[in-house]
Design a binder for this molecule. Sequence first.
Ligand SMILES: [Zn+2]
Length: 78
Amino acid sequence: MPTVVNCPHCQTKVEWIPTSQFRPFCSKQCQLIDLGEWAEEGKSIPCGASKDAETTELPDIEDIEAMLSQQDSGFFKD
Ligand SMILES: [Zn+2]
């Protein structure tokens, strides 16, 4: 049996398998929402965030989508 985790946003059970693209989230929506909250809470961003320390603007949803599409370029391709 695959490992099952709870979606951090809505607590839906998500199987930790390759086809669960948004794990640990249950869906893209939960992933995007959580990323948005993550940014709003000002948690540290893993790579290269400090150079933008003077800029406190939050990324909008399109920026997040673009970021995700870079990670999953094959999936978002037209
Ligand atoms: Zn969810």
